[in-house]
Design a binder for this molecule. Structure first.
Ligand SMILES: C[S@@+](CC[C@H](N)C(=O)[O-])C[C@H]1O[C@@H](n2cnc3c(N)ncnc32)[C@H](O)[C@@H]1O
Length: 320
């Protein structure tokens, strides 16, 4: 059973040329690609010669070992070390655990569309590169020449590196987590970008957006990719109720003809409702927005035809 589902998934990625474009790739996306009760709860990601397995439900050891066996046969060069991330408990504080082989210590570089990013397998809850945002990173590498970029909710700053590699003149990277903003700095430094100026802010978006406005700053590209929920010193944020408030603070910083890329990772908020929140913020701030396109999942995240299953949603919007 495992083999019957995994091998076609690997073959699909090979036939689409996805392994040629990137060292980092989702090679199996259970929720979208399988109806099997075990496999539908698993995702398999490769990072150069390492494999990161995520499970969203407890899985029998035998099934897991079967899966490792199939991986080792089919993609031997991608699974020198294998880690397992257990997401079966919602608010678990646990890190990934080594499962098999030689798992790399510390951070190492993977290349995606020729751009280097730092990832980590051990002692972390996430490898540091969101594979579902590969299309957005590719867009940034192609479109940011001479742009002033603001990356909000930056996490490890992968979008900042992509924008810098795309020729941005400056990139400001902002996140509320100290270890994360340190990782973002490391990520920026390892990319050895000589052109753009890189600024890093450790702080709360809701606190910093008005401060940047007061300083008279504006940006040609603003990236906004918030988590579904976060707690800050002054309160809490949730995509369920704060999207208009958030965008109301962002839009005054967007230059004329500037592009806002806004995305959320949520099955529960329909695309139309999300857009309505952004439209409300645009009305409130007197911003006229033009629709350029959607931020969507890459081909390495196949889903059933029902668009509701495409949890990632977002838009490229231009201020005119
Ligand atoms: C979904 S991740 C962003 C992923 C990132 N855009 C990428 O593509 O790599 C959300 C990030 O938002 C940060 N965050 C949460 N609340 C925040 C806030 N109020 N201000 C700034 N950053 C915040 C978290 O620390 C986390 O790193």
């Amino acid at each position: 059973m495992v083999e019957k589902e995994l091998i076609p998934a690997f073959e699909l990625r090979k036939s689409l040329g996805l392994f040629d474009e990137s060292d980092a790739l989702r090679v199996f996306y259970g929720p979208g690609e399988s109806t099997d009760p075990v496999l539908s709860q698993i995702a398999i990601d490769v990072f150069l010669d390492q494999t990161w397995i995520t499970r969203w439900a407890p899985i029998p050891d035998k099934a897991l070992m079967n899966l490792v066996g199939v991986l080792r046969q089919a993609l031997p060069e991608r699974c020198r070390g294998i880690v397992l991330m257990d997401r079966s408990e919602v608010a678990s504080e646990k890190d990934s655990v080594p499962l098999d082989g030689e798992v790399r210590e510390g951070k190492f570089v993977v290349k995606e569309f020729g751009v280097p990013y730092l990832v980590q397998m051990k002692q972390t809850k996430h490898p540091g590169l969101f594979l579902d945002h590969a299309p957005l990173r590719r867009w940034l590498t192609r479109t940011q020449k001479a742009k002033r970029v603001l990356n909000l909710f930056s996490y490890t700053g992968a979008l900042s590196v992509a924008a810098g590699a795309g020729g941005a003149s400056s990139v400001t990277t902002l996140d509320l987590s100290k270890p994360t903003i340190e990782w973002a700095k490391e990520n920026w430094e390892q990319a050895a970008l000589t052109g753009p100026k890189g600024d890093f802010i450790y702080g709360d978006v809701f606190d910093w957006l008005p401060r940047l406005k007061k300083k008279g700053l504006e940006y040609d590209t603003i990236l906004c990719d918030p988590p579904s929920f976060s707690r800050t010193k002054t309160g809490a944020f949730s995509t369920g109720k704060d999207l208009a408030r958030l965008h109301g603070l962002i839009l005054p910083l967007l230059a004329k003809n500037g592009i806002l890329v806004t995305s959320i990772n949520s099955e529960n908020i329909p695309e139309r409702a999300y857009l309505s929140e952004v439209e409300a913020a645009a009305r409130l701030t007197g911003t006229r927005l033009q629709w350029l396109g959607r931020v969507d999942l890459p081909e390495s995240f196949p889903t059933p035809m029902d668009p509701k299953q495409r949890y990632l949603k977002g838009f490229y919007l231009r201020s005119v």
